[in-house]
Design a protein around this ligand. Structure first.
Ligand code: NIG
Length: 414
């Protein structure tokens, strides 16, 4: 398979997307309903930004490129706010065993850590580029990428540096799992994460994250990582409530995290805390699919007033997919979300989880990141599960200039 990334980056370029049958702007002041849908629309993008949203056939023709959407639906590029793309190796056998009844407990993170440590930097970078190309083909235009399979100072610093080469949304996840060499010394490891490892990862990180779960790290340990990250000037996010009820959500809210991710097991108190906070509840339904966890009831969370996002959690263990369309279909089928809510969560919700207001919407001044679907409406994202509906992705893969790549290999593992 060819892996040349066509970024369709519109920086320094002007273009019109005309004859859009149904345009989702995510701005109810310029279109119908909460999604701000404009029928028979055109979008003008100049130098990477939306210049104008108007009626089909009315846009200025003096542009570098004219795209005829031929009545297709267009929407903001997906904002995937949770991925672990920096890894080597393959855990298909673990997935197969799980489908035969083995439970998921996160222990396979160490398997991927061994493979990632053994991979060359060039190989890791090529693997990330390949996964980014796949995500881009599936409509993702903004992406968060975590470290977390290095778990020592040099390999965590290297992982987050590779992530940062491809996105400004790079996250230091040294507190992903206790590495084997620290068995029985979790507090010593957390001390390393909060000091030497954080110092090494800091220059290329925007965010700090930790895995708050039985079998990973407890609330005190995760709280220490969040405090150290904040003191170093990083934004905060947290993995929580993935494998069972626990303190993750409350800890994230108390610390003012931008997002708490997974949220598979939520008590009423967790939902109340989320609803009264700025912390986004990010659901990762492809993980629940791949680990046979129950799906969370997003309806309760939305009805309580919390902001929700949908993300892929692309990683080799619990969710090896880059497809946000798949996540949307699962959220609608299994989590009580309407199609409109799921599309909002995968665009505006992802943007909120990254504390961004320039992506996830198609309004004047916003990033010119557009997905054109081979479908007349966004409902097809859930109605036609498994079908590659993305006709064209317009906008950079992420928002970092070094993103464009053409040398990804065909192999998924190192
Ligand atoms: O988000 N929960 C922790 N981390 C990943 C799993 C990584 C793995 O199994 O390799 C997740 O599901």
């Amino acid at each position: 398979m060819a892996d040349t990334i066509t970024t369709n980056d519109t920086t320094g370029w002007s273009l019109v997307i005309d004859n859009i049958g149904s345009l989702i702007t995510n701005d109810p002041t310029i279109g119908r309903g909460p999604l701000g849908i404009v029928d028979d629309a055109s979008v003008v993008i100049v130098d990477g930004r939306v210049e104008h949203v108007g009626a089909a056939g009315t846009a200025d023709t003096q542009v570098d490129e004219w795209i005829d959407a031929e009545g297709r639906c267009a929407l903001p590029g997906f904002v995937d706010s949770h991925t672990h793309l920096v890894f080597a190796g393959d855990r298909a056998a673990e997935f197969t065993a799980r489908m035969a009844g083995q439970p998921y407990d996160g222990g396979g993170i160490r398997v991927t850590t061994d493979a990632t440590r053994a991979a060359s930097t060039a190989d890791l970078d090529r693997l990330v580029r390949r996964r980014l190309a796949e995500a881009h083909r599936a409509g993702t235009t903004t992406i968060e990428i975590k470290s977390g399979y290095g778990l020592n100072v040099a390999d965590e610093a290297r992982s987050v540096e590779i992530a940062h080469a491809h996105t400004s949304e790079s996250t230091f996840l040294g507190a992903h799992l206790l590495p084997a060499e620290y068995e029985g010394r979790a507090d010593d490891y957390i001390h390393l994460v909060c000091n030497e490892m954080l110092v090494a990862a800091r220059p290329t990180s925007k965010w700090v994250d930790a895995f708050c779960e039985t079998g990973a790290f407890d609330a005190d340990q995760c709280g220490a990582v969040l405090d150290a990250g904040r003191a170093a000037g990083l934004g905060l996010r947290l993995h929580g409530n993935q494998l069972g009820h626990g303190p993750g959500v409350q800890l994230a809210v108390e610390h003012g995290c931008a997002s708490v991710d997974h949220c598979t097991y939520l008590t009423d108190a967790d939902i109340g805390a989320l609803a009264g906070s700025d912390t986004v509840a990010t659901f990762l339904p492809a993980t629940d699919f791949s680990t046979r966890q129950p799906y969370p009831d997003a309806r309760r969370v939305i009805d309580a007033g919390a902001t929700v996002a949908l993300a892929s959690n692309c990683n080799p263990g619990s969710s090896y997919t880059t497809s946000i369309s798949f996540c949307i279909a699962l959220a609608v089928r299994e989590m009580g979300m309407t199609v409109d809510e799921a599309v909002t969560a995968a665009t505006l919700g992802g943007a909120a989880a990254l504390r961004r207001d320039d992506v996830g919407r198609l309004t004047r001044g916003a990033a010119g990141h557009v997905v054109v679907l081979d479908a007349p409406s966004h409902h097809h994202l859930a109605y036609r599960p498994g079908v590659p509906l993305v006709h064209r992705t317009i906008g950079p893969l992420a928002d970092h200039p070094s993103t464009s790549a053409s040398d990804a290999p065909d192999t998924a593992g190192a």
